[in-house]
Design a protein around this ligand. Structure first.
Ligand code: HEC
Length: 149
């Protein structure tokens, strides 16, 4: 009952143009990347701590925005573990993408040492406009920037 009310409230808030709740949006990611962003080795990559590290650079932020907006397909390697998966494009508004990336960058961390500039709806929209027609394969090409993280 309380959960149903919370969902109704969340929909009302999103509909009214108020900021989306990143934690609520993250529930869809958690079905693959798990609740604390720990992932499943060789199946679903971890987001915990990595997202905070990747969000330090302009190119890393663009990659994160486009992976969520347009999906990701290709072989990736994270600290010696290979992933050959397909992440479907997530059908989210620019505001929802900004808030979910803020959630993973600020909340799915074990230490909050580096500073992170919050993602905004404007930043997400500007990056989406820069990569029209992007898909999982083209986003995989953007990934070289995060090699080594
Ligand atoms: C259906 C499962 C699934 C869902 C749902 C999903 N992902 Fe993914 N995600 C994946 C897979 C699989 C990969 C790796 C793809 C590959 O191997 O090319 C990935 C990769 C990523 C990457 C790149 C990681 C890196 O280190 O390069 C990011 C960022 C990401 N996901 C964020 C998210 C966010 C945020 C959400 C929710 C809005 C989400 N994902 C929802 C399966 C999923």
């Amino acid at each position: 009952m309380i959960r149903a009310l919370a969902i109704v409230l969340a929909i009302a808030l999103i509909g009214s143009g108020v900021m989306a709740d990143g934690k609520a949006v993250y529930q869809r990611c958690a079905s693959c990347h798990l609740a604390a962003g720990e992932g499943i080795p060789a199946v679903f990559p971890p987001l915990k701590d990595r997202m905070r590290a990747i969000s330090q650079s302009v190119e890393g932020r663009a990659y994160m925005i486009m992976a969520v907006s347009s999906g990701l397909m290709g072989s990736i390697n994270i600290q010696g573990t290979s992933y050959m998966g397909v992440m479907p494009a997530q059908n989210l508004s620019a505001n929802e993408v900004a808030e979910v990336l803020n959630y993973v960058s600020f909340s799915l961390v074990s230490t909050a040492s580096e500073q992170v500039k919050p993602f905004t709806e404007q930043e997400v929209q500007a990056i989406r406009d820069e990569y029209p027609g992007a898909n999982g394969q083209s986003v995989a090409m953007m990934r070289k920037i995060v090699n080594g993280i």
